[in-house]
Write a new protein. Structure first.
Ligand SMILES: [Zn+2]
Length: 166
């Protein structure tokens, strides 16, 4: 009966279903984000003009404006990595959606793989990936054990905001 309690041997990544659990999310902070940024920067040593700081700022803006809805965020644990996938709006002016995938080291939290379907995303570093990393850092900071529903936090603050309505 309880065959989801203990599954024998994971065969491939496809056997593990995506879920909303954050229980295995490693500690993920700005430190790990910075580490990923500097690594991506080095990979492009020939392109010194790459505006790394701009990407962080834009990632923050994307997060603030909810380009990336937490409803699209799914996770799974595979051997020693914590995998996350999400969808992010390409930009303000378009309805284009990009697919993102990020793998974190389960113990250290460092970014092992990052990929986005946008042009810049092949390098593992773009506004959308930054946005997702910031979102994960928030989950880690708030010690969430599940990906929150996108509307949850706003509706709750609204509920508090309504004075004595019965
Ligand atoms: Zn991208």
């Amino acid at each position: 009966m309880a065959d989801n309690a203990e599954k024998p041997m994971v065969k491939s990544s496809k056997d593990v279903p995506w879920c909303k659990s954050l229980e295995s999310l490693p500690v993920f902070t700005k430190k790990e984000i910075d580490e990923h940024r500097s690594k991506s920067g080095k990979r492009k040593a020939d392109d010194t003009s790459k505006p790394i700081k701009k990407t962080l700022k834009r990632g923050l803006k994307f997060q603030e404006e909810r380009y990336l809805s937490s409803d699209t965020v799914y996770t799974k644990v595979l051997s020693n990595s914590f995998m996350v996938r999400a969808k992010c709006r390409a930009s303000m002016s378009t309805r284009e959606i990009h697919d993102l995938e990020v793998s974190l080291d389960l113990t250290s939290g460092s970014v092992m793989v990052a990929h986005c379907t946008c042009k810049a995303g092949n390098s593992g570093y773009c506004n959308h990936i930054m946005c997702l990393l910031l979102e994960l850092a928030r989950y880690s900071l708030e010690e969430l054990d599940r990906v929150p529903e996108e509307a949850a936090c706003t509706s709750m603050s609204r509920k508090w905001g309504i004075p004595g309505k019965i």
